[in-house]
Design a protein around this ligand. Structure first.
Ligand code: 5GP
Length: 180
């Protein structure tokens, strides 16, 4: 398998192996199985990126949960933008419920904050987040990020659901933007 892939105009180099990612997902699943024995949460998957992580994660969860999806968008190419759009809204009643957000990546936290505001407004009882990857150096919020698969540097990555302008989500490994 290639260490370097080309997506549109950019090259990406292999950065985290599929095996390491699988192990991180199992560790998150194990923790969730311990933490949600009492009252399973509604699982809220952020489209499109988190579907790959969610699929891997959900297969390892031992509790039954309702699954819902939401689609927000703040990225264009490899740059975060200030415009947060709701492309597909929340259609589940979250009032009085525990909610577990499933994210592919937490970068600045803007998406997370938007989701927390929305869920609080709708009366969610508890909000937690599980993310496959997190960029601690880019994160700007005080809100806790409860379950983190892998912490990564503040550099653009693709693979495992993460895309560059629509491409790259299918790769099993995670690739980092390559600058030569
Ligand atoms: P935040 O709102 O935390 O700044 O960014 C979260 C969203 O931005 C993610 O759900 C993802 O869509 C996108 N994003 C942030 N960093 C990256 C990255 O390194 N690679 C890709 N493909 N998307 C990213």
């Amino acid at each position: 398998m290639n260490n370097i892939i080309q997506l549109h105009d950019k090259k990406f180099v292999k950065y985290i192996s599929a095996q390491e990612i699988d192990e991180a997902i199992t560790a998150v699943a194990n923790q969730l199985n311990k933490d949600y024995t009492e009252e399973p949460p509604l699982i809220l998957v952020t489209l499109n990126g988190a579907i790959v992580f969610a699929a891997d994660l959900l297969k390892q969860l031992q509790f039954s949960s309702v699954l819902s999806c939401i689609k927000l968008s703040s990225y264009q190419g490899t740059q975060s933008t200030e415009n947060m759009k709701t492309l597909i809204g929340l259609n589940e009643d979250v009032k009085g419920k525990r909610v577990l957000i499933i994210e592919d990546i937490v970068d600045t936290g803007k998406t997370y904050q938007t989701l927390v505001d929305l869920l609080n407004e709708k009366g969610a009882k508890e909000i937690r987040i599980a993310t496959l990857t997190m960029k601690p150096d880019a994160y700007k919020l005080d809100l806790p990020v409860h379950y983190i698969g892998i912490n990564i540097p503040d550099k653009f990555v693709v693979g495992r659901g993460l895309d560059y302008d629509g491409l790259g989500r299918n790769f099993n490994d995670i690739y980092q933007l390559y600058t030569d």
